[in-house]
Each structure stands twice: as structure tokens, then as C-alpha cells.
Design a protein around this ligand. Structure first.
Ligand code: SF4
Length: 355
């Protein structure tokens, strides 16, 4: 089915134009300085949902701490989460460490170089597998994410809905047919760079595009109408009161989140699901939940944090303990300085200015 579109597409010239441009103007990124599959892997995981400029300092610090799979495999999970703090989507960090542990225990510390073993590791989906196999191992494997689908949907005028999971397969099929077998590593990185710098979501700069001559959407002037993407469902807002509870020794209550689910194993200030509980029952709820008696203080501010499926609407209040002893193992009392050693989600880091 995919061949019709490619019948009039000059694959050799397309590869030559793309690779020439890439060799002259590729971005200088720290993980590109060598072809270490572990480093490519970490960079690709960090780059999911996060911009390159944000990732670079995290990547450099991470590599100083964990330069090889061995250091990351034996690291304490809380420290890894601390190194990830601010990048969000923390399950990426937990999965990465679990998978790296498997690489050490099952594969002698060598990142697998085939789709089956690599794709079988925790958190390593088809995109990351393709990225590692092509970039580090120079195998002609597609690495298709939203950016790559955008670029190819325009280049080949593909009007399939990229929000549908099955569409990805279609794009992988096309990429397999047009990827350079001589230099698949540069090919995939060139497409990534093209999507990040020229063929951007809004207003692509087609006049500077190295593959403009090949682009079907450009030739018809419809580049801004592609890709086709149906809207995702709206995130559901959930209201919480977040409590900065202080005891008589100037220590604050922090709570470790559960082992599974959203923001697993990170720390936070206690959060009251206020719509269910109601403000008038807040102090009673805190006592029944944590065994700590409090008196509510001043309202300090509000914050919003958007996840992929929900939005936290946080009202931040001070509170004081009337009775602070508790045997709830999730919570600890800790002073302001020591708090910094614990990994917190971004929204709770922002609350620290009110301490
Ligand atoms: Fe994207 Fe424009 Fe280049 Fe086509 S010509 S690939 S739409 S930047």
C-alpha cells in the first residue's frame, strides 16, 4: 500500500539532500559526541516529553553521576529520582534504572543490539528501540515519534490521523523504505533535527528546508494543514488543599507517595482531596489519614499542574500541629534544609518558597 506514494519519490536524492544538510548543520548535543548506546538511551528517555535545551544540563549531571550502566544499576532509587527531579514523568527514571539493572544482570552490561531483546526491556518502546539501534548501532531501523510523523506526513502527504496508534506502523513502514542503509544513524538524527528546527509544528520554515524539493505538502501549499491529529480528551481537574504543616521545632510534614501510579516514590506535602472532604472537615480528615492533629493557618497561594490525563488545582495553606506524634510510616517531620535531599515533583518544589 505504501509503495504508490513512493513511486515518484526520489529516495536516493532525498537521502543525499538530507544527509548533506545534516552533516553541515547538525546540532551539537552532548550525547552525539560518541556512539555509546547507554548515553543515547538515557538521552532518548529524557527527551520524551521534554525539550532539548531543558534536557542538556540534566543529561550532563546524570552522566557525571552515572557514567555507565554499572553506576546507574547500583544507585539508590531515591537518588536517581533526585537527579531526575524537575524533568517530570518519573516513571521514565524508574523504568530506566530497572532496565539498566537487567542489562547488567542478563546481558553482561552490554545494551542489546537487536529489537527483540532491547524492546523487551522495561520502558523501552518501539521508538527508543529504533533510536538506539539506528543511532548507536547504525542499523536501518525506524524511530518514529510525533515529530517524525509530522515531518513524513508533510513530505509524503500522508493524511492518516497520527493520534491513532495504528498510524505509527504506517509511518514505520515508510521510514523503512526511505531510510539510508549506509548511514541510518545520521538519517534518523537528521529527521529529528529537521522536525525540531525547520519542519516545526506551527509555521514550518519551508524556505530553508533542505528537502523542500521532495515535499508533497509544500508543493501543494498544505504543509500547515498536516499532520492530521484528532484532539485528545481533555484532562480532568482535581482540586486539592496542599498543607505546609509545621511543628513546634520548625519542622515540616512530608509524605512519601505510594510505590505505584502517578509520581510513585516521590515526596510531597500532604494533599487533601478537598472537593470530596470539604474545608470544614479538613482538620478531621488529616487526623484520620495521618494521625496528626492540626490547626489550619493562612492561605499562601495556589498552583496548577497539568499531567497528561488530569490537572491538579492546588490551594496551599499553612497549618500547625496540635499533636504531632504519629506512627504513619509514610510521613516524616523534617527541617527546611534537609527537605532538599528528597525528590519532589515540580509542583511541590514550587511550594517550597512558602516555607
Ligand atoms: Fe516540512 Fe516545509 Fe520541509 Fe516540507 S518543505 S518537510 S513542510 S519544512
Amino acid at each position: 500500500m505504501t509503495n504508490n506514494i513512493l513511486q515518484h519519490f526520489n529516495i536516493d536524492q532525498f537521502q543525499a539532500d538530507l544527509l548533506h544538510w545534516y552533516n553541515v548543520s547538525k546540532r551539537d548535543l552532548p550525547w552525539r559526541r560518541e556512539r555509546d548506546p547507554y548515553k543515547i538511551w538515557v538521552s532518548e528517555i529524557m527527551l520524551q516529553q521534554t525539550k532539548v535545551d531543558t534536557v542538556i544540563p540534566y543529561f550532563n549531571r546524570f552522566m557525571e553521576k552515572y557514567p555507565t550502566v554499572y553506576e546507574l544499576a547500583k544507585a539508590d532509587q531515591q537518588e536517581v529520582l533526585k537527579a531526575w527531579e524537575g524533568l517530570g514523568y518519573y516513571s521514565r527514571a524508574r523504568n530506566l534504572q530497572n532496565a539498566v539493572r537487567e542489562v547488567v544482570s542478563e546481558y553482561g552490561g552490554v545494551v542489546p543490539s537487536n529489537r527483540k531483546e532491547l524492546g523487551g526491556l522495561k520502558g523501552v518502546g518501539p521508538y527508543t528501540t529504533g533510536a538506539i539501534l539506528s543511532i548507536a548501532y547504525n542499523q536501518p531501523e525506524p524511530a518514529v515519534d510525533g515529530n517524525v510523523m509530522r515531518v513524513f506526513s508533510r513530505l509524503l502527504k500522508i493524511e492518516a490521523d497520527i493520534a491513532m496508534p495504528r498510524t505509527k506502523k504506517l509511518f514505520e513502514d515508510y521510514v523503512r523504505q526511505v531510510i539510508s542503509t549506509e548511514d541510518p544513524s545520521s538519517f534518523n538524527q537528521a529527521i529529528m533535527d529537521l522536525g525540531a528546527t525547520i519542519c516545526t509544528p506551527k509555521s514550518p520554515t519551508c524556505l530553508f528546508c533542505p528537502v523542500q524539493d521532495h515535499c508533497l505538502a509544500f508543493s501543494e501549499g498544505i504543509q500547515e494543514e498536516l499532520p492530521i491529529k484528532t484532539k485528545a480528551k481533555k484532562q480532568k481537574p482535581i482540586a486539592y488543599v496542599a498543607l505546609l504543616i509545621k511543628n513546634g521545632k520548625d519542622e515540616y510534614v512530608i509524605e512519601k507517595r505510594g510505590e505505584n501510579g502517578l509520581l510513585a516514590n516521590l515526596w510531597q506535602f500532604p494533599m487533601v482531596p478537598i472537593e470530596e472532604i470539604g474545608m470544614e472537615h479538613l482538620e478531621t480528615w488529616v487526623y484520620s489519614e495521618y494521625g496528626i492533629r492540626i490547626q489550619l493557618g493562612e492561605r499562601k497561594g495556589k498552583l496548577k499542574h497539568v499531567f497528561s490525563h488530569i490537572i491538579w488545582q492546588l490551594e496551599i495553606f499553612e497549618a500547625y500541629t496540635l499533636q504531632a506524634e504519629t506512627d504513619d510510616e509514610r510521613v516524616i517531620f523534617i527541617d527546611k534544609e534537609a527537605i532538599e535531599k528528597y525528590p519532589f515533583p515540580v509542583s511541590h518544589q514550587k511550594m517550597m518558597k512558602y516555607l
